[in-house]
Write a new protein. Structure first.
Length: 178
């Protein structure tokens, strides 16, 4: 690979890292060709992208991003074989769920090496459960709306039940002989 090709790959990666603020770095060492094909099919079906790239090119592409210092991430995660799962901002936990689903087929690879979610770092395969538990923006909005509606529903329910009791009391009083 010559310098121009490397520069082009670095530029493409920089654009992807800018476009996708959430990405996961995985190690697919030991996967068979069939397993890789099945994994890529799952990735494509979920609307994500998986790309295997040299670590040095990833480091250079991340260095082009001015908003975050990826040095600790680079030192701890970018060793050995690295494949990157790109996910959009709306579904930060989708790649983690995809990996969990893929592991259910009996395959233990690709192993999560680390993830960057909106410039927060999750390093190590033991972070997978935490990443799966992350809620998307839409899920958080739904939770907040549900919490805001809950007191209003309780007030309306109390008023409706009290209204029925009050009507019953008034009816009883009106029917009572004088």
């Amino acid at each position: 690979m010559n310098r121009e090709e490397k520069a082009q790959i670095i530029q493409e990666l920089t654009e992807k890292f800018s476009k996708y603020p959430n990405f996961y770095v995985c190690d697919g060492t030991g996967m068979t060709a069939q397993q890789v094909t099945e994994f890529r099919k799952m990735v494509f079906a979920k609307g994500m992208e998986y790309q295997v790239v040299k670590n040095t090119l990833i480091v250079k592409a991340l260095a082009n991003l001015s908003n975050t210092d990826y040095t600790p991430f680079n030192e701890k995660v970018l060793k050995g074989m690295s494949g990157i799962l790109f996910a959009d901002a709306a579904s930060a936990n989708a790649p983690a769920k995809l990996l969990k689903d893929f592991y259910k087929t009996g395959v233990e690879n690709p192993q999560l090496k680390g993830a960057s979610i909106s410039a927060d770092f999750y390093i190590g395969a033991n972070q997978l459960d935490s990443l799966v538990a992350l809620k998307s923006k839409n899920e958080l909005i739904g939770d907040i709306i549900g919490l805001l509606q809950s007191p209003a529903k309780n007030v309306v329910s109390a008023l409706q039940s009290s209204g029925g009791k009050l009507a019953g009391v008034l009816k009883t009083l009106s029917e009572k002989p004088e």
